[in-house]
Design a protein around this ligand. Structure first.
Ligand SMILES: O=C(O)CCC(=O)C(=O)O
Ligand SMILES: [Fe+2]
Length: 358
């Protein structure tokens, strides 16, 4: 555990996902078991296949190479239309305070000629890759993580007893994205005060967060508590309860991804699957990690799932692209992407029917 923290050490359940989901009895049983594990622990592990292990270790190598480049080379990897690219240590803001993490974000890599880019849709643009090798490795890794995400959504449709396709119809051309992360060794007041933290407590935005970490350790999650309910789309969950001791440390386990639900899953399931708060502490060595976000289509308005409509607000649903844009505006107030969006009044485009399904 990173120095300066007190937390329970998690012992997480591990699942082996089926190659194909057919609706068999074992798929249904696994779907229920996923729901149970998230309700109890807030997080679970899935075993990597040999192909996933190989892709993960390639991506890990590539990430280390990228972050070891000179600052100027990394800092050149930005784009004024998308939030893809490099985020320097100290640039990302959680709950008003800078994080020490160093990040390369990958959102959908769209050509300048793409119709949505031309129409100035917020957050739509190129990914400013440093080179083609990193692009190819990360795209393949993301595709594989996307397959995992789809498999888990299909199992969840059985676990939540909702009609087949209810979740997976939302991820057609989903706004999936990846964060490639490096955490430098700790700084002064690690675990207390904000000077040495990796990432402040927060929840993530979409359906599922699938993450992988090296052997260093730094991730903490907050399991569901009866008396706590966050609703990040109404009131920012960033910074919540960051310094109490009711967190679970997620020890590094080789050969697994960890998975937990995001904000849209919480809203649609009426908190049957709460979005898991988490935070990252700095350790005594460099830590490398990946967080992949399996998301609805940018245009999707998320609505309560059949059988889970209990009057949760907002009644009109949550437009995912607007929630995503709000979160990135909040985290990167000074980025060129934010200035350009403001200057060109792009936020207004989110209200137009072209950017919304239904
Ligand atoms: O470093 C990790 O394990 C998780 C990172 C994270 O929470 C994020 O990128 O949103
Ligand atoms: Fe996160």
């Amino acid at each position: 555990m990173p120095p300066g923290y007190k937390a329970r050490v998690g012992l997480l359940q591990t699942f082996c996902l089926p190659e194909r989901v057919t609706g068999s009895q074992s798929d249904r049983t696994m779907g229920k078991a996923l729901v149970d594990a998230w309700q109890k622990d807030g997080i679970l592990q899935i075993a990597m296949t040999p192909r996933q292990e190989a892709l993960h270790s390639q991506a890990q190598q590539n990430s280390q190479e990228f972050f070891s480049r000179p600052h100027a080379e990394k800092a050149a990897c930005v784009d004024s239309q998308s939030y893809s690219g490099y985020i320097a240590s100290g640039e990302e803001i959680t709950d008003g305070i800078a994080d020490y993490s160093e990040i390369f974000t990958v959102t959908k890599d769209l050509e300048l000629g793409d119709a949505k880019v031309k129409a100035q849709w917020p957050c739509h643009g190129r990914c400013p890759w440093p080179d083609a090798a990193m692009r190819d490795v990360m795209k393949e890794y993301m595709n594989e993580l996307g397959n995992c995400g789809e498999t888990m959504l299909r199992l969840l449709e059985y676990g939540l007893e909702i009609p087949e396709g209810t979740l997976t119809q939302q991820t057609d051309d989903g706004w999936h994205h990846l964060r490639i992360l490096r955490f430098p060794p700790h700084n002064k007041t690690n675990g207390k005060g904000k000077e040495g933290r990796g990432i402040g407590s927060h929840t993530d935005y979409g359906l599922l967060v699938i993450a992988a970490q090296d052997d260093v350790g730094g991730l903490f999650i907050r399991p569901p508590y009866q008396d706590e309910k966050y609703a990040n789309w109404e009131r920012s969950a960033a910074g919540m309860a960051e310094e109490d001791e009711k967190w679970t440390y997620v020890p590094p386990v080789p050969g697994v991804f960890t998975v937990f639900p995001g904000d849209m899953m919480q809203y649609m399931s009426n908190s049957t699957l709460p979005s898991t708060p988490h935070k990252v502490g700095l350790n005594t060595r460099d830590r490398f990690a990946f967080a992949y976000f399996h998301e609805p289509n940018f245009k999707t308005t998320c609505r309560p799932l059949p059988g889970y409509d209990a009057g949760q607000t907002p009644r009109e649903g949550i437009h995912y692209g607007t929630h995503f844009t709000n979160m990135f505006l909040r985290n990167y107030p000074d980025r060129i992407t934010t200035s350009r969006m403001n200057r060109e009044n792009r936020y207004e485009i989110l209200k137009s029917p072209a950017v919304r399904d239904g």
